[in-house]
Design a protein. Structure first.
Length: 197
């Protein structure tokens, strides 16, 4: 039986996605049962925020924990919203996406380049830690498309035509920034002795 790792999120969609992406990991990813905010995400980088959340869960539960932090970086907006993506102007993902589209309304298609970046951080008691990053290059579309996924998936496209929100779950899991981070984490896991095993 695989040891359990607690995922530092209250988002069931993220748990489901990461359970699939890390199905081959030497641990089973489980939901965090606690209530309220996990930790204040006051870091200066994605890694800072992922580390803050993972360590908070490890401290609270005494168990290994996994956390992610991710965002979209729009070149024409100077890299915004970046680490502030989840709360750019609101806690509502659609309001954040609408704000990005509004700020880009006069920006030509050729200058709407962007990337989605994700960092996964795994911690365990005794201050053990490994982390990995995934980056997906693309563009911001002119209008939302599709109904799959979450966050900015309806306005982000890899090919300039199809939004991530129009892809099936399997298609998205092959190319997303979180999928790339998960693959990179799996590579690192193969060369690390986890919590004394």
């Amino acid at each position: 039986m695989k040891p359990e790792v607690v995922l530092a999120t209250h988002n069931p969609g993220k748990l489901d996605e990461l359970q699939q992406l890390l199905a081959g990991a030497p641990f089973a990813l489980v939901a965090y049962a606690g209530q309220g905010e996990i930790a204040e995400e006051n870091g200066n980088t994605y890694l800072d925020n992922a580390r803050i959340k993972a360590r908070a869960i490890t401290m609270a539960t005494g168990r290994p924990a996994l956390a992610d932090d991710s965002g979209v970086e729009v070149d024409a907006l100077g890299g915004l919203p970046g680490i502030h993506s989840a709360r750019f102007v609101s806690d509502n993902p659609w309001e954040n996406s609408r704000e990005i589209l509004t700020r880009l309304i006069a920006v030509p298609r050729s200058r709407r380049t962007a990337r989605m970046r994700a960092v996964l951080c795994l911690t365990w008691p005794g201050y053990g830690e490994i982390w990995a990053e995934g980056i997906l290059e693309g563009v911001i579309l002119g209008w939302p498309r599709g109904h799959q996924g979450f966050g900015v998936d309806p306005i982000f496209s890899v090919d300039g035509h199809t939004a991530l929100a129009e892809l099936s779950r399997d298609e998205k899991n092959r190319l997303s920034h979180r999928a790339l981070a998960a693959r990179n984490l799996m590579t690192k896991l193969s060369s690390v002795e986890l919590w004394g095993q």
